[in-house]
Design a protein around this ligand. Structure first.
Ligand SMILES: Cc1cc2nc3c(=O)[nH]c(=O)nc-3n(C[C@H](O)[C@H](O)[C@H](O)COP(=O)(O)O)c2cc1C
Length: 178
């Protein structure tokens, strides 16, 4: 089984990346974990849809090849970051331009959502992501988890999970592994 990780933060010492690393450890050798590199994806532009843009094709192939996606993302202004929206906009478009009959690469894909952020523990970000993913016909897993990053973590740049948070992450891993 192959699980594609999407990290929604570009920050070098990202807490969401640290959360993803914990999840990877929990999964262990029960699945192959691959991180999606979408750093070279252009801004969504319908002019580019007619050409086979290399980064778009590569990102879509990574999604097609994966059995499930696991998105780890912060909350930006009560929503998810713009680059995550840009990625999902690309995934929502027909693989063959203007061919709306063929399913998109995200259609029916199982997606798990986790996030590390402020006081709301990314609740708004995950709520809005759930809405978007459902609209583009992905299957959002009901098991989600969010962390309100404790103030001291900003001093150390290290996110230490509580036992309860580790258990939540494990429950998500079990759900995604089926
Ligand atoms: C533009 C911007 C807007 C933000 N808005 C929110 C917000 O609405 N709610 C929240 O909990 N945190 C908000 N934050 C804080 C981030 O969610 C928080 O710093 C998070 O830990 C960053 O994740 P990272 O460590 O993976 O980069 C915002 C940060 C930025 C840069």
């Amino acid at each position: 089984m192959k699980i594609l990780f999407v990290i929604g933060s570009l920050r070098q010492k990202s807490f969401n990346r640290q959360l993803a690393n914990e999840a990877k450890e929990i999964i262990g050798d029960r699945a192959q974990v691959v991180e999606l590199d979408y750093s070279d994806l252009p801004f969504i532009n319908q002019d580019l849809e007619s050409s086979e843009h290399a980064a778009v094709a590569r990102v879509r192939k990574a999604v097609v090849d994966a059995d499930a996606l696991w998105i780890f993302t912060p909350e930006y202004n009560f929503s998810y970051p713009g680059h995550v929206k840009n990625l999902l906009d690309w995934l929502s478009r027909p693989v063959i331009p203007m061919d709306y009959a063929t399913p998109t690469c995200i259609n029916g894909k199982r997606v798990a959502l986790s996030g590390a952020g402020g006081k709301m523990a990314t609740a708004k970000s995950r709520e809005k992501l759930t809405e978007l993913l459902t609209f583009i016909k992905a299957e959002v897993l009901p098991e989600q988890m969010g962390i309100a990053v404790p103030a001291e973590a900003w001093g150390t740049d290290v996110l230490v999970l509580t036992d309860e948070q580790k258990a939540q992450l494990k429950a998500q891993a079990e759900a995604i592994l089926g």
